[in-house]
Design a protein around this ligand. Structure first.
Ligand code: AMP
Length: 374
């Protein structure tokens, strides 16, 4: 299947060519034709599947077809839980809509609102927002949602996890009843099913890769090691050649800080990101990691979810996750888009039960590295 066969218009095809996307991903193949018919979608897909383009491409195409008056009022709204995701989605719109005259703006909290308000006043067709800042600017009269034709709720499960349900309930009645809606979520707990019944009109369900599947471009390995030795092993591995950009997972915020401190002390520049860090600190760390100024980023699961980094060479599980699906999510951060990736896990005696659950879920045993000094 090619993007052309999905009936995507020339300006977008050109942009995708420049991004070097050769073929649509499975979620794109399934969602784009449905969305182009203005039909509602409930999409079950996690970050890394190409879900952003799956909704961004049809929105750009529909808006360019619909926007005949050249009025830049807000016609599409994308709600997403975090600032990092909002920025990433905005970057996607910059890429895919670059050969169109559509304007897009991103707003999120934790920063001065004035530059965002200025941009909205200049006119925008597409608005990407986190819920709190959106409500703020609506209440101040800077944003009106009455012209919205397309509404996307991204990472719906995480929105609910983060306690945004009340904000969403306040935003929904402000949207026109007649609209095109798409909801994306990595999981489908009953709370999301209920929300989608309220929000969507006869939705088509599109679903990809359940969380138990691990892509075969990821090479997995396992070190059986005692807890006190883990830092030494991590240092050894990071000092080895070939380990370029590594995401290290820690189960706790405190643990993440501790690991980052040890690495920095030993000359490996790195940062930690987790929920206790300010948005600015998190964004700064992410930028440095993306620009390769730092080689490693230590993160907790919540902080890392949704972060999209191309060419992540390694994922290291400093601690085994206690939920087996989390293992699949974590290691799925590497080996993206056909690149080779390596996932290395450190398992101590107390974590063997977690390992057993993980191996049961992925239905194979992770190769053990026997030859190591610890
Ligand atoms: P997402 O799941 O939207 O976070 O996308 C994950 C990554 O896949 C991003 O870095 C995208 O730029 C990339 N991507 C999305 N669609 C394609 C495609 N059709 N071909 C290659 N890469 C893609």
């Amino acid at each position: 299947m090619t993007f052309k066969e999905l009936n995507i218009s020339e300006p977008i095809l050109q942009a995708l060519k420049e991004k070097k996307y050769e073929n649509p991903t499975p979620i794109q193949e399934k969602a784009i034709p449905v969305a182009l018919k203005n039909r509602d979608i409930i999409g079950i897909a996690q970050t890394g599947t190409g879900k952003t383009a799956a909704f961004a491409i049809p929105i750009i195409q529909l808006l360019t077809e619909e926007a005949t008056d050249n009025k830049h009022n807000i016609k599409a709204l994308i709600l997403t839980p975090t600032r990092e995701l909002a920025i990433q989605i905005d970057e996607c719109f910059s890429d895919y809509a670059k050969h169109t005259s559509l304007r897009h703006t991103v707003i999120f909290g934790g920063v001065n609102q004035n530059p965002q308000v200025r941009q909205i006043k200049q006119g925008t067709d597409i608005l990407i927002a986190t819920p709190g800042r959106l409500l703020d600017l609506i209440n101040q009269g800077f944003i009106h949602l009455n012209n919205i034709k397309h509404f996307i709720l991204d990472e719906a499960d995480r929105m609910l996890d983060m306690g945004f349900i009340h904000d969403i309930k306040r935003i929904l009645p402000l949207l026109p009843k007649e609209r095109h809606t798409m909801l994306f979520s990595a999981t489908m707990p009953s709370s999301i099913a209920e929300l989608s019944r309220k929000m969507l009109n006869k939705p088509t369900r599109v679903e990809v890769a359940p969380a138990s599947s691990v892509v075969d471009t990821i090479k997995q390995s396992l070190f059986m090691i005692e807890k006190p030795e883990k830092s030494k092993l991590l240092l050894d591995l990071l000092q080895q050649e070939g380990i370029k950009s590594t995401l290290v997972f820690s189960r706790t915020k405190h643990g993440a800080d501790k690991i980052a401190k040890i690495l920095n002390k030993n000359g490996i520049q790195c940062d930690a990101i987790h929920g206790n860090k300010s948005q600015n600190a998190r964004q700064g760390a992410l930028e440095k990691f993306k620009n390769k100024q730092i080689k490693a980023l230590v993160a907790t699961d919540i902080a890392a979810r949704g972060i999209d980094i191309d060419e992540l060479s390694h994922v290291i599980n400093f601690e085994m996750p206690n939920i087996p699906e989390t293992y699949v999510h974590r290691i799925g951060r590497t080996g993206r888009a056909g690149h080779e990736g390596k996932a290395i896990s450190f398992c101590d005696a107390e974590e063997r039960a977690y390992l057993k659950d993980i191996e049961k879920l992925i239905d194979k045993s992770i190769p053990v590295v026997k030859d190591h000094p610890y």
